[in-house]
Write a protein that binds this ligand. Structure first.
Ligand code: GLN
Ligand code: ZN
Length: 774
């Protein structure tokens, strides 16, 4: 039996790579310094794995920005717009690489970055390969071989991690019509062969091909391409050992395809899909090794050794121990580096957790334990593990009977408004008395340096709670006055008290905790520290009422209460694995419901519940969609439906694919939804128009991701375009998203223009209506 891992976090346990990259980008350090940091991290990661005794240590799992972009550079799929960057003698290969990742505004050039999107259902973002009709590939970068040689010099015969050819193509996007990216497989194959040739020459024994798409819904063409390509590769390299890895889902209907591939080992994710083990064991071809992904690479919980050992036992019973590998379920990229760095975490909670470094130890212990060891240290570790698991099952920190009872007693009326939208609309019109095309914003106003420094000082104890509050109140007051002055209809308090839309609620909810150094790479040098939902969630006290009530007291206009929805809180956290996600989501929903009601009681008549993450929670396989959408929509409704007809519920989502879930969005039954729309020039609205979306809708009229100030005329045009597909009395006017990342300067100009655009659109609409009457 051997142990291996699919990949290790590369940001460094103190985010060394982040700092090194950002310094290099700002011109403060040299390329040599950056490269040295990179080498040190690789070295450190290898040593850590060696110390633990991992048998097959990966290389090329390191990346300066993103592993997909690494592959793009490796195979020379460099979009033409970077030609000038590439040709410039002073630019290194890494400069070109960063230009592709981040855009290039220098030397009189202004070149956009490549697109970025989420890596399957994780919060990691990869750079999307661009494919063109006349796409050519050639070996451009030697990163893979260089890293292999680097490991060899450190005394390790590493296993290079390479994105499999089919998955690489499927991750990309055709940038013009008239071809299918899978048709590029035969052109790409020679480059893969060249790389493998060099690795073989250098002495590589094992090669890992990541093929996550093998665990997703595949077209017939993709299945065929898998067979053709892997057969070709095998023909050229009869001796190299190939392990194909799958993760995040089960092989399911692709199992027979996976079995026909001429490879030496297959890795399966038994955390996400334990059920597949029996089928795989029953059908695995002779001599093939099975790699068991038993340690969760997506979450931070300690492995349940007893359970994993049963799975391992089952596999060795059928295959014999020499045909079994033990591994984490996927790359450890998605977990923080090292739990030992957490010095302030509650000790009871800490004993339930394992970060990347601890997961290495788990993998190694599992192997030793399955070999019937008598070693005291190892047996003790097993006992400790059993204790921690048992303790988690019964801990009063986690389990609160009243929360469980409340979830059990949720009934249908909890997720239904008292009356239908058409009745509510009448009541709301009367009570709220808003004009046609009401104007509003999405919640946050610019978080200036000052605001952020107050928070930092408050957290460090330099600023007292009273002083901090005083400053925030002043800022809120200014914002309310300014919104009144420019004539916005529905105001917001500005969200100055919040660092992050999930963290702010996580910090106040019971059952949720935070780490100090639990960073996980989100994209490039950006890392996030997801909250850890460890126990039954409830709301010990109101979370936002103070700020909303304070803001409302300053004005006669309506101030919108601002909450983050249950699905988004769930989606952007590390979630418990000891109960189904939907139950955790229901608990959060009840907490938000209480908050919504308290806001209503405090006189807040408009309440927005943001759900930007509902779409990204969709299961990877279509067969799982219905079930997910059902409980996700229900959770939103539990949180939002406890109010009177007169209270207007808003929601906000900011992404661009609505077509396939517009029915579910309608089922959420928010009175108003605000969405991102400006970058698509209102095209997105068509999904709502075709569907005849019944409730009100605020299509964003300007893009907040750029400092550019839109003109009034532009926005009037967009509003007219919107009116062509959505009746005027259903339309709101707002930006695409929150303004937190913008500066005041551009925000002021943009919103003033937006308000006058709404006025003009309203006048035009009135005169048009008159015309038709006459
Ligand atoms: N209310 C949040 C804000 O304005 C919404 C952010 C989001 O949609 N991501 O910042
Ligand atoms: Zn948004």
């Amino acid at each position: 039996m051997q142990t291996h891992i699919l990949g290790y976090p590369r940001i460094g346990s103190n985010r060394e790579l982040k700092k090194a990259c950002e310094q290099y980008w700002s011109g403060k350090t040299s390329l040599q310094e950056l490269l040295e940091t990179g080498r040190n991290i690789c070295q450190q990661n290898w040593e850590t794995q060696q110390e633990v005794g991992i048998d097959l240590i990966p290389c090329n799992d390191f990346s300066y920005y993103d592993q997909v972009l690494d592959m793009t550079l490796t195979v020379g799929a460099i979009p033409k717009r970077y030609n000038e960057v590439a040709l410039k003698a002073s630019n290194s290969e890494l400069d070109l690489y960063f230009a592709m990742a981040r855009g290039y505004q220098k030397d009189d050039l202004d070149i956009t970055a490549m697109e970025m999107t989420k890596w399957f259902d994780t919060n990691y973002h990869y750079i999307v390969p661009e494919f063109y009709k006349d796409q050519e590939f050639k070996l451009f970068s030697n990163k893979i071989v260089n890293e292999f040689v680097g490991a060899k010099q450190a005394g390790i015969n590493a296993k290079p991690v390479i994105i499999g050819l089919i998955s690489y193509l499927l991750l990309g996007k055709e940038k013009e019509e008239g071809f299918d990216k899978l048709d590029l497989a035969s052109k790409l194959l020679p480059v893969y062969i060249e790389i493998l040739q060099e690795l073989q020459t250098q002495g590589a024994e094992w090669i890992q091909f990541d093929e996550p798409f093998l665990a997703l819904d595949l077209s017939e063409k993709a299945k065929e391409t898998y067979q053709v390509i892997y057969n070709e590769i095998r023909k050229k390299f009869p001796k190299l050992k190939f392990i194909v890895t799958t993760y995040f889902e089960g092989l399911k209907d692709n199992l027979s395809l996976a079995n026909t591939l001429p490879i030496n080992a297959l890795h399966i994710d038994l955390v996400r899909c334990e059920e597949q083990l029996d089928d795989v064991l029953n059908t695995l071809p002779e001599n093939r090794i099975l790699s068991l992904g038993v340690v969760d690479g997506r979450n931070i919980w300690k492995n349940d050794f007893e359970k994993s050992l049963q799975l391992i036992q089952k596999a060795t019973d059928v295959l014999g121990s020499n045909r079994v590998f033990v591994a984490p379920s996927c790359s450890l990229l998605h977990t923080p580096c090292d739990l030992e760095l957490e010095t302030t975490l509650d000790n009871q909670i800490k004993q339930w957790l394992a970060f990347a470094k601890q997961k290495l130890t788990e993998v190694s212990l599992l192997k030793k334990l399955s070999e019937d060891t008598t070693d005291k240290v190892i047996l003790n570790a097993f006992e400790e593990n059993k204790k921690a698991i048992a303790n988690r099952k019964s801990s009063t920190l986690i389990h609160h009977n009243d929360v469980k009872l409340r979830v059990d007693s949720i009934n249908e009326t909890d997720s239904r408004r008292k009356n239908s939208f058409s009745i509510r609309k009448e009541v709301q019109n009367r009570v709220l008395n808003l004009p046609l095309f009401p104007t509003t914003t999405i919640g946050s106003f610019p978080q200036t340096k000052e605001v952020r420094s107050w928070r930092a000082q408050f957290k460090k104890g330099i600023l007292s709670s009273e002083d901090y509050k005083y400053l925030l109140k002043e800022e809120t007051q200014k914002t309310i006055q300014w919104q009144e002055k420019i004539g916005l209809d529905v105001l917001v308090h500005g969200e100055y008290e919040r660092n992050d839309m999930v963290e702010y609620f996580g910090e106040q909810l019971a059952g949720v905790t935070f780490t100090k150094k639990g960073w996980v790479q989100s994209y490039g040098s950006r890392c996030v520290k997801p909250p850890i939902i460890y126990g039954d969630v409830y709301r010990p006290h109101p979370m936002t009422v103070f700020w909303s009530q304070y803001a409302q007291s300053l004005t006669n206009k309506w101030v919108k209460g601002m909450l983050t929805g249950p699905v988004t809180i769930l989606q952007w956290s590390f979630v418990r694995d000891d109960q189904p996600r939907n139950i955790t989501c229901q608990q959060i929903a009840l907490a938000i419901r209480d908050e919504v009601r308290d806001l209503e009681n405090a006189g807040i008549r408009i309440i927005q519940i943001d759900e930007p993450a509902i779409r990204e929670g969709l299961p990877l396989r279509k067969s799982g969609w219905n079930d997910y959408l059902k409980w996700a929509v229900e959770a939103f409704k539990i949180s939002s439906c406890g109010v009177d007809d007169a209270t207007q519920i808003h929601t906000h989502m900011c992404y661009s694919e609505f077509n396939d879930i517009v029915q579910n969005i309608a089922d959420m039954d928010a009175d108003v939804i605000t969405i991102e729309c400006s970058r698509s020039q209102m095209e997105l609205l068509n999904a709502f128009a075709d569907f005849k979306y019944p409730n009100e809708i605020g299509p964003g009229v300007y893009d907040i991701h750029s400092p550019r100030v839109p003109s009034k005329e532009e926005m009037v045009k967009l509003l007219q375009k919107a009116q062509k597909v959505i009746p005027a009395n259903q339309l709101w006017v707002n930006p695409d998203c929150g303004l937190k990342t913008r500066h005041w300067e551009e925000t002021e100009k943009a919103l003033i223009a937006m308000v006058s655009a709404a006025k003009e659109a309203s006048t035009k609409h009135a005169s048009k209506t008159l015309e038709t009457i006459n």
